[in-house]
Design a protein around this ligand. Structure first.
Ligand SMILES: Cc1cc2nc3c(=O)[nH]c(=O)nc-3n(C[C@H](O)[C@H](O)[C@H](O)COP(=O)(O)OP(=O)(O)OC[C@H]3O[C@@H](n4cnc5c(N)ncnc54)[C@H](O)[C@@H]3O)c2cc1C
Length: 409
């Protein structure tokens, strides 16, 4: 194909899917997907789950290398160093210049590091890339004592994997409860009890003061002076959006690259999708999500707009995490604990239930533990702006519309 290409910067979930959906939309312009990756584009969720178990390596590539040639998508193993907005071109790390018709920034996030004394010692790892995950997987084979700093999704998945591999595991979380940013107190409590039942020590309201040792980390020193033995430390303390490229080229940037509801940045020929994009919501605030759903749905909207369709991003957010035998799936956004909310619980089993959240009488989120059909139904209901009320959900044996009948006896 000839002509000026659509250039997509970053070949993670958002960038890969933008290229894929552009072709699905029938866009005929050349598409160039630029990323400094070694091989074909890869997904990240297995990196903190099956990858760490040390068994057969999970398949990470979205597609085999030959897929890209077949769909006429050029994969460039390079980085974008600069955007020249006036001349509609990007400068690559290799020195080459590449013109663009439209530019899509899908630059994702980078893992945060702790800056405390000793944080440069060997054996202190973050978990973002396949390279990070392979290093942690291999270190788990040699480690006895593992300290995970951060009790969010990634930290807790890593803690569960380390425990399954026979390590002594301590999770250190600075907030009063686990996964505080995204789940309700009920779900935090459930997962704390699950980890403790599996032998993980969980310390909340606790911060790290320093890492002690020699060339390698040997101990984690907590703010109260407690010392925890550690041959491996996994940091799961969050990520920061990759916004430097956008900021240096004068685009509007806050907590992420700011876009409108059609995912256009402050320059209409540049879009931003996925973990790096900060988008406006119905309530007038801006949000940035770090999830596969968000990356894929934003890629779909950006591709449709670049194909000439009028579209807006307004997808129901959903998330999941796997820890020990529990799959937690969340549809919608769990209201802030300070907001006036009502909840209803479905399911009597201790290890399989859903919590419904209502704000101003309207369903806003459903957290499901080992109840995938509730999660699927919740996503449909939330997309339809449901009329379900808290009292409806409290009747005995209530089922979300669309879920299979419960078997009894
Ligand atoms: C270990 C782990 C487990 C996860 N598990 C889950 C899960 O269970 N469920 C879920 O929903 N989400 C999960 N996530 C989050 C999910 O993977 C991300 O939300 C998703 O990858 C975001 O896609 P993205 O394309 O926006 O960013 P990324 O996947 O981060 O991709 C961005 C890409 O841009 C490239 N890039 C950046 N700057 C440049 C540049 N200047 N030039 C060229 N290339 C550049 C980077 O190399 C990178 O490949 C997990 C994330 C991690 C790290």
């Amino acid at each position: 194909m000839t002509g000026v290409p659509i250039v997509v910067v970053g070949a993670g979930h958002a960038g890969f899917h933008t290229a894929l959906f552009l072709r699905d939309e029938g866009v005929e312009a050349p598409i160039v997907l630029v990323d400094g990756l070694d091989g074909p584009p890869v997904q990240r969720p297995p990196l903190s789950k099956s990858m760490l178990l040390g068994e057969a390596e999970p398949r990470l590539e979205f597609r085999k290398p030959e897929f890209y040639a077949a769909r006429d998508i050029t994969l460039l193993h390079d980085t974008v160093a600069r955007i020249d907005r006036e001349r509609h071109l990007v400068r690559l790390g290799s020195g080459r210049a590449l013109g663009y018709r439209d530019l899509v920034l899908a630059t994702g996030c980078r893992a945060r590091h702790l800056t405390v004394p000793g944080s440069g010692r060997a054996g202190i790892c973050v978990l973002r890339t396949p390279h990070d995950a392979r290093a942690i997987r291999d270190a788990l084979g040699r480690a006895d004592d593992v300290v995970v700093v951060g009790g969010g999704f990634i930290g807790l998945e890593a803690a569960a994997a380390a425990r399954k591999r026979g390590c002594t595991v301590t999770v250190v979380e600075s907030l009063p409860r686990l996964m505080r940013r995204v789940v309700s107190a009920d779900i935090s409590d459930h997962f704390r009890a699950l980890h403790e039942a599996e032998g993980v020590r969980v310390l909340t309201d606790t911060t790290v003061h320093a890492f002690d040792g020699d060339t390698r980390v040997r101990q984690v020193v907590l703010a109260d002076g407690t010392r925890l033995r550690a041959d491996l430390v996994v940091l799961g303390i969050g990520v920061d959006p990759e916004v430097e490229l956008a900021r240096d080229s004068g685009l509007a940037v806050g907590d992420g690259i700011e876009v409108d509801t059609a995912l256009r940045t402050s320059d209409p020929s540049i879009s931003a999708v996925g973990d790096c994009s900060s988008f406006p919501t119905r309530d007038g605030t801006r949000r940035r999500f770090e999830s596969v759903q968000n990356a894929t749905d934003q890629a779909r909207v950006a591709a449709a707009r670049l194909a000439g369709r009028t579209v807006e991003f307004d997808a129901v957010p959903w998330f999941w995490t796997d820890q020990f035998a529990a799959k937690l799936q969340i549809a919608g956004l769990v209201p802030d604990p300070e907001a006036e909310t009502e909840t209803a619980r479905i399911g009597d089993a201790a290890d399989a239930f859903s919590v419904l959240h209502f704000h101003n009488g309207r369903l806003t989120a459903v957290e499901s533990v080992n109840r995938p059909s509730d999660h699927a139904a919740a996503r449909r209901l939330l997309a339809q702006d449901t009329s379900l009320r808290p009292d409806d959900a409290r009747i005995p044996r209530f089922r979300l519309p669309g879920t299979a009948a419960l078997r009894t006896g």
